[in-house]
Design a protein around this ligand. Sequence first.
Ligand code: FAD
Length: 500
Amino acid sequence: MTERAQAIRNVVIVGGGTAGWMTAAALARLLGGTGLAITLVESAAIGTVGVGEATLPQIRRFNSLLGIDEREMMARTAATIKLGIEFRDWGRVGDGYIHPFGRFGQEIGPASFVDYWARAHARGMVAPIGQYCLPIMAALQGRFEPPDASGTRQPYDYAFQFDAGLYAAWLSEHAQSAGVVRREGRIVDVARNSESGAISAVSLEDGAAIRGDLFIDCSGFRALLIGETLETSFEDWSNWLPCNRAFAVPCANGGDYGPYTRATARAAGWQWRIPLQHRVGNGLVYCDAFWDDADAAEALMANLEGEPGAEPRQLRFTTGRRSALWRSNCVAIGLAGGFLEPLESTSIDLIQSGILNLVELFPHTAIEETDRREYNRLMDLEFERIRDFLVLHYVANQREEEFWQAMRAMPLPDSLSARIEDFRERAILPDYADGLFQPVSWISVFLGQNVVPRRWDPRADAMDADELGKRLAAIHGKIADDAAAMPLHLDFLERAGARY
Ligand code: FAD
């Protein structure tokens, strides 16, 4: 037996939503050889949150770590390809841009492409930046082809829009075939060690007690262990991200296989549209201080582009996170740890980071303070970076409504105000060596919402203007040709054997 197996033998996962089953499948696959026993408890009577259809490209890495065949996963979960998110009406009504999973332009000299673009833009001699990005041009034409390894096309990545319930069910099969034990039932009591305060067992309604050494709280917004039991405080970030309610409703697909998610700004929030193979997921996220429920539901239903498949369902939330995601012998993953609203589809990605950080810091002998501290530091950073990026969407607006005016006037986190000023003044971008949103993401939102640099890298001025015009036109033409040569997304799904 390994040292690890002697110390932490029993892991109990509380909750069988996307977070619970992703955690179970990953732990079984990545730590399965260490003698770990994994039990997952879920309650059909309580159910899951039932939303969460749009993902980020990192999910592909997760699937591949689990040995999941991507095309089979697509067929099982009614998935479509996602090349980015289209933001409509966010800067001003009528504006639109796509935040792509790719890059803009290519290297044309010592300055970055965005510096050359900013110089040309200031002289009115350049197309919108999105036209220099292959996944954007493909998305707008409803086309898709996997990235080209030969290097002849601009590189890009992609994610999926899928039925999260089917994804969790599929992972549940993977996890159980890798040895995870599933227990059905409602947890009614949590026992703690009288000296250390650590959780020792959870008890079900039928009286069964499930003992564990490490507990993973995937119980959703209820935060049964990290919140209710361990009383870890919740850091409320509503002052920066005030939207606190949503209505969700599916509608008929009607032949829309657009390989991207859409987020349209509305009077006091925004509306999502996520085309899957068997339906389109829709929802309206809003702030109840500016929009009452009935008006918000009406706005959602009035803007559906298809026959509704159900009545709109309301969800309530508070944006923020637990002050510690790993406390005592409990790690919170998923909604139990925090929620930053679904604007950039970051929740499933945060689940993934939570799992992978846990795997890397999994206790060797006993749970050490060092493991917890490092885990919490990494997750705090991830949450804060995502928060700043989301806030940028709200603050960089020029809309008239009261909600949007209030968003413009909000006091920003220090980390964000400097970043906006740096870009506006001189096209300086955050230098993240790692982390979720890289410079391309920031460029998309800045330029898409009219934060345009006043100055740029002076090396971009060194190129002769005609030469710059020619180079930009050549890149533009090549990207347009490459996008037009791709198959339609639907044809790709057929050919790849990825139809639901
Ligand atoms: P849940 O799905 O709520 O699962 C909780 C589990 O705990 C359930 O199995 C439940 O039965 C169990 N449980 C709870 N209490 C008990 C108990 N006492 N006993 C036994 N079992 C119990 N994420 C994205 O990445 N992309 C998106 O597009 C996206 N859109 C969203 C839109 C909205 C409006 C909201 C609110 C969220 C969205 N999310 C999105 C987030 C996403 O839905 C969640 O991150 C994801 O579903 C994971 O949820 P979870 O597993 O943490 O919780």
